[in-house]
Design a protein around this ligand. Structure first.
Ligand code: 13P
Ligand code: SF4
Length: 349
């Protein structure tokens, strides 16, 4: 494995937005939720949310016939559901994936400013040059990328299926060029022993988890199980009782016998973890400790842009809606769909 001589594509802290939480009291939240549910119905729209967004938006998705899940299942649900109008509450690559898979559907997001540091840290032109330097390698990219980067790749994967797909490629004797998340890439390499050349991107949220502070916290809670998303640094992954995608973390919290869990992923997931496991206790893995530079502190600043008020505005205001519709060039969409279809077909085998 090698990260080659690539520059570091981790987003500098000053480019990570600081998002102030919009405080709403219970009454305002209930009122907004009721209005959003009515407006979704009037528009015939289906709400698809990620586990990291506001818990009320997750609940609304489920209560109105939509869906809340990890990024892989969001893609599948958006493609398979009957609705012609999708509201994707998450980050931009999730909305773009829904559009690529269903070009005939209209896909909107509460705000198109909801980016992802992995996507921003993989500029298509530079990535195309990297690929051109390694024509002998199969290009595998994480779903957290732009349509342009997907269109340059052979396979798209999410953290739910990356291990199986890379193992399969290794068994076929293929050498891999992997982008953009270096930590996930290193984890997959350690599990599969595949020959992988890694792009040097990182998630600004997961990269903040600190191994020494986690060791200290485990001493305070010796009976706790540690659940880790594989976008975290290797030293944090090595302390995990279970490593996996958001849905794998939720499954592990249910299946493991422990009553206390220390969780290294975005704190938005605590909503579903607590809903499904009322008797269990969930504690955030530390982002503090020596050398902390935390700006996002276990909550993705772009996921945080998905607010009830913004969602309400999207459904109410047609000009705001027009500004926040996902468009993907038809030809680009066809090229980006190939590796996505490959992933979904592999998953369905
Ligand atoms: P999942 O695919 O596990 O939902 O993760 C998406 C993501 O952006 C994690 O930071
Ligand atoms: Fe991207 Fe990290 Fe936010 Fe996930 S948590 S959307 S990987 S920046």
């Amino acid at each position: 494995m090698s990260t080659h001589s690539l520059p570091d594509y981790t987003l500098p802290a000053e480019q990570v937005p600081l998002v102030e939480a919009c405080e709403l009291d219970f009454g305002e939240r209930d009122e907004l939720k009721a209005r959003i549910a009515q407006r979704l119905k009037r528009l015939g729209a289906t709400l698809i949310a990620h586990y990291y967004v506001d818990g009320d938006i997750q609940d609304l998705a489920e209560e109105t016939g939509g869906y809340v899940s990890d990024s892989l299942a969001m893609a599948r649900f958006g493609r398979d559901c009957d609705s012609d109008t999708l509201i994707v509450s998450g980050v931009r690559f999730m909305g773009e994936t829904a559009k690529i898979l269903s070009p005939q559907k209209q896909v909107f997001m509460p705000t198109l400013q909801a980016e992802c540091s992995l996507d921003l840290g993989c500029p298509p032109d530079e990535f195309a040059e990297f690929i051109a330097q390694h024509p002998d390698r199969t290009v595998v990219v994480y779903a957290n990328t732009s349509a342009q980067v997907k269109a340059l790749s052979d396979w798209v994967v999410t953290s739910s299926c990356a291990l199986e797909i890379v193992s399969h490629l290794k068994d076929q004797g293929e050498k891999i060029l992997w982008a953009p998340d270096q930590h996930l890439g290193r984890y997959i390499q350690s599990q599969t022993q595949a020959d992988m050349l890694l792009w040097r991107g990182a998630c600004v949220v997961h990269e903040e988890f600190k191994s020494q502070a986690l060791i200290d916290l485990c001493k305070v809670y010796p009976d706790a199980a540690v659940l880790v998303h594989p976008e975290s640094p290797t030293a944090v992954i090595e302390l995990a009782d279970a490593v996996g995608s958001t849905s794998a973390i939720i499954k592990a919290a249910h299946d493991l016998p422990n009553n206390i869990f220390i969780v290294a992923t975005d704190r938005g997931i605590f909503h579903k973890l607590r809903q499904l496991n009322p008797g269990k206790r969930f504690i955030e893995a530390p982002t503090a400790g020596d050398g902390a530079t935390c700006r996002s502190c276990a909550h993705c600043p772009w996921m945080a842009m998905n607010e009830l008020r913004t969602l309400d505005r999207l459904l109410d205001d047609s000009s705001y809606r027009a500004q926040n519709e996902i468009h993907v060039d038809a030809d680009l969409g066809i090229r980006a769909k190939l590796p996505l279809d490959r992933m979904l077909a592999f998953q369905q085998r």
